[in-house]
Design a protein around this ligand. Structure first.
Ligand SMILES: *[C@@H]1O[C@H](CO)[C@@H](O)[C@H](O)[C@H]1NC(C)=O
Ligand SMILES: *[C@@H]1O[C@H](CO)[C@@H](O)[C@H](O)[C@H]1NC(C)=O
Ligand SMILES: *[C@@H]1O[C@H](CO)[C@@H](O)[C@H](O)[C@H]1NC(C)=O
Ligand SMILES: *[C@@H]1O[C@H](CO)[C@@H](O)[C@H](O)[C@H]1NC(C)=O
Ligand SMILES: *[C@@H]1O[C@H](CO)[C@@H](O)[C@H](O)[C@H]1NC(C)=O
Length: 462
């Protein structure tokens, strides 16, 4: 898998609730935890549909017609967005009850649908509850993923009252979605002018957490990152640099499959050298490759019980629904040749003329897709704001709310110029909202509302 989630975390979540039967499974989803709307969004280009779960804003501070909408796309490729729904940013998560089988889902005080409508989409086709009509219908590149996401959004808006379309829209997500988010965003911008006004999508920005965006630059940072974290020695660093150089050369030669394999070997070798289960969070040591099978089995039992599928609006097998998998091996395999391809031009298209705002955020404990890897590709951005961005001060970000005495707790660092904001999040690895829910909520809310350190007000609001 190109960019697996840290399964150690998933295991904690999905193993904890005791699922003894379908009655227990139904009890796991209190009524309030269910989506406002869920089901399937037809994607005409593929004669298929993508699964969605939509949660309306619970405590909006804007009139309904202008309350922003966030779309969440998961990484993997092939990881279901429901993992983030029920683990990171949805209104009810397993986190608070992770060790308590009587309270498996509990209200998430740091939900991203507090101020905004939140739409989870299982993409690419073949992921989660989005069954592919045939194996050949699974996309193999980001152009097709982007077409599908755009078509799904059109289907979503077509099924809502007309005023929904006017709501400011933000594409968000993490990890491997660092490619599909800019791809879908730039397609939306390119398509809008060709559409009648009432069919346009009001895209305002994209937010990417610990993303893989421009792999040829990112892959060249792993040796330094591990070395300066003290995880490998000088000789291991030189070995890793040789492997990186091979991955870069294969990428530059457009030998995609071999380049992807070279990167996988490099990451495997660094995991072996460091003894870490993954490089996604250097604070988490546990090797749970073997336990992943168990975690997936429990999660899959839950998400595949008839009651849970019905409650979430997922198709039954008799209706063409296929079994939910935490990560789809077929989707992962389909993107093998895509791994080293770049989405940097799509980010450039978003930034050109400040057509859309871009937020990049990474937990600093991620030795794979962390701030260093992001800085490496940002340096190569073709954008007229780049020099000013690179000279912009990096502000210390302290949390506004909740404890820490007079001064809020250290939450990270924020650098901003024009439409681009780059955030390094303190105390987090690959999955920022899972580790720092309060800070992540503050970040996304301030960024969407364009205020404080994350917004157009350079001085910040205290
Ligand atoms: C679309 O899918 C339906 C149901 O699977 C099938 O009957 C139909 O022939 C398909 N249409 C095309 C154009 O592939
Ligand atoms: C969960 O419970 C187990 C057994 O009581 C305990 O060992 C573990 O530390 C607990 N984990 C958390 C996150 O509370
Ligand atoms: C587990 O959750 C139930 C229901 O919310 C609660 O009553 C109970 O006190 C919790 N037990 C522990 C050990 O936290
Ligand atoms: C993406 O995949 C589709 C379907 O296989 C193909 O037609 C298209 O040429 C591919 N696009 C790129 C940019 O590789
Ligand atoms: C890492 O260790 C595993 C298990 O011993 C082995 O299968 C794999 O080949 C190693 N990776 C590299 C790149 O040496």
């Amino acid at each position: 898998m190109a960019s697996p989630l840290p399964f150690s975390l998933l295991v904690v979540i999905f193993l904890a609730p005791a699922v003894h039967g379908s009655a227990a499974a139904a009890a796991l989803f209190p009524r309030e935890a269910l989506p406002t709307k869920s089901g399937y969004l037809p994607i005409p280009p593929a004669n298929a549909s993508l699964y969605f779960a939509f949660y309306e804003a619970t405590h909006p501070v804007t009139p309904p017609a202008s309350t922003p909408l966030l779309v969440w796309l998961e990484g993997g490729p092939g990881v279901s967005s429901l993992v983030s729904n029920f683990f990171q940013i949805g209104p009810y998560t397993f986190a608070a009850g992770r060790n308590n089988s009587s309270a498996p889902l509990s209200p998430n005080p740091f939900a991203w649908n507090r101020r905004f409508g939140l739409l989870f989409v299982d993409s690419p086709l073949g992921t989660g509850y989005s069954s592919a009509p045939s194996p050949s219908a699974i996309p193999t590149n980001q152009s097709v993923v982007a077409e599908h996401v755009l078509a799904a959004l059109q289907s979503f808006f077509d099924a809502q009252p007309a005023e929904f379309r006017a709501r400011p829209l933000f594409l968000t997500g993490e990890s491997y979605a660092g490619k599909s988010i800019p791809a879908a965003g730039s397609l939306i911008l390119a398509t809008n002018p060709e559409l009648p006004e009432h069919r346009r999508i009001n895209l305002r920005g994209v937010a990417i957490g610990n993303g893989l965006v421009h792999p040829v630059a990112q892959v060249a940072t792993h040796a330094d990152t591990a070395y300066f974290m003290g995880l490998i020695n000088d000789k291991q660093k030189r070995d890793a640099e040789a492997m990186q150089a091979a991955a870069v050369a294969l990428t530059n030669a457009a030998r995609w499959r071999e380049a992807s394999d070279a990167r996988a070997r490099l990451l495997s070798s660094l995991r072996n050298a460091t003894g870490l289960a993954s490089l996604f969070d250097v604070a988490v040591e546990t090797s749970l490759e073997a336990e992943f099978a168990g975690a997936a089995a429990v999660a899959e039992a839950l998400m595949n019980s008839a009651e849970v599928r019905a409650a979430l609006g997922a198709r039954r097998a008799s209706e063409g629904g296929s079994p939910w998998q935490l990560v789809s091996p077929a989707v992962d395999a389909a993107f093998h040749d895509d791994v080293m391809k770049s989405a940097k031009p799509d980010v450039e298209a978003l930034l050109a003329g400040a057509s859309a705002r871009v937020l990049l955020y990474e937990g600093i404990r991620d030795a794979q897709d962390g701030p260093v890897a992001a800085e490496a590709w940002l340096r190569e951005l073709e954008w007229d704001g780049l020099a000013a961005f690179r000279d912009a001060p990096r502000a210390v970000w302290r949390r506004r709310r909740g404890g820490g005495g007079g001064r809020g707790r250290l939450a990270g660092y924020v650098q901003r110029h024009g439409a681009l904001v780059h955030v390094a999040v303190y105390g987090a690895g690959h999955l920022v909202p899972a580790a720092q829910g309060r800070a992540a909520q503050e970040m996304i809310e301030d960024w969407v509302f364009d205020k404080g350190l994350f917004g157009g007000d350079a001085a910040g609001t205290p």
